[in-house]
Design a protein around this ligand. Sequence first.
Ligand code: ARG
Length: 474
Amino acid sequence: MSSSLSQKDQAWSGRFSEPVSALVQRYTASVGFDQRLALFDIEGSLAHAEMLCHVGLLSGKDLSEIQKGLGQIREEIVTGKFDWQLALEDVHLNIEKRLTELVGDAGKRLHTARSRNDQVATDIRLWLRTQIDDIRGQLKALRLALVNKALAHTETIMPGFTHLQVAQPISFGHHMLAYEAMFARDDERLADARKRVNRLPLGAAALAGTSYPIDRLRVAQTLGFEGVCENSLDAVSDRDFAIEFTAACALVMTHISRLSEELILWMTSRYGFIKLPDRFCTGSSIMPQKKNPDVPELARGKTGRVNGHLVALLTLMKGQPLAYNKDNQEDKEPLFDTVDTVLDTLRAFVEMVDGMQPQPEAMRKAALEGYATATDLADYLVKKGLAFRDAHEAVALAVRHAVVQGVALEALPLSVLQSFNPQITEDVFAVLSLEGSVNSRNHLGGTAPAQVRAQAERLLLVLRADREGDPGRR
Ligand code: ARG
């Protein structure tokens, strides 16, 4: 980036008697990061210029000059030939300056009825809208990977945990669909946030609107916005849409982090529930036997970054009086990093979940060791007429006995089981089996393989239909 300009090149220099110091220039400039918005800035300018011409504020000749110039600038940016100048502060002034170099006075007329305040708010919204669509696309791919894994493992039985203690047997597919449900809600949140992102601030000008006869609805329509921000002060100043988006992303990462924690545990030799493909792991430089789950660990760590960005944006907003303040320039880096982090993380997880190899034998063994069907025995006694609390007590004693003997419940002879309650008969062994336990939870949302399969199939239909045409998309 060059910084060779003099004071008179600054768009606002007329009022100033001495040049800005080099430190202040560097401190206040945003072009180092907001050049990422360049193509959206051009898109917004083209729509603005078209409207100016339509309402008679710009000649047809000027409009076509502007269109030609912006086209060339786009080309220069895309091919890396654009000369970004630190002294021109931000993406908007860099592009405007270059446009004026290219097309002269027409370039100077582009900023009629516009301020950088409504311009930047427009650029971020245009950009963020596309990023939301990308993230939603990755979320769908991840949900699909989870559903496919679930379908392949409806009958794979693992121990379900509470307090990280073995609780009840569940279908591994059911466990996968729990994450699908989380990511489905994340997708809903993003779709909902998108509606509020997708409104046009342009026309608010610096803060109060403009004295020119502009047509905001026309610009909104050209740019594919669902509506306009209806208060000019609010339009240029609030970044709640960015906060809301980041909050939704913090939840995406929170869900990713929970999944990561499980993958990390499941990969240890103590669990041995899954294998992850080598391409998602790394070795140790000193311990030759190691295969470390780096990707889930990093994802768990990166959750902290996104949570941090959410807090940064909330804090950025909380003390600001109406309307625009330069504080808002600080909205971009947290937003950019949130998007980069979430997108890369989701991409990695789509592939990782797809490549994950469940180990049904190890899961089964763990489920058998943990007295996971004790609740089923209690329910069995309730069905024979006992009160649940009495049944609970009888089963607790049976479990204690089995623990002392070092055997599973179903390994106790019928006569021993009967010593805890005489109503127990031969049919108890079906209840004590892992399959009996999961199959019995056969209702909507339950872990019975039949339910898991039905649910996964419903989801497949939904996800496939979504792919064909999401009304949320432009
Ligand atoms: N770079 C600024 C930002 O990101 C653009 C708006 C500048 N407006 C101003 N009045 N200085 O917010």
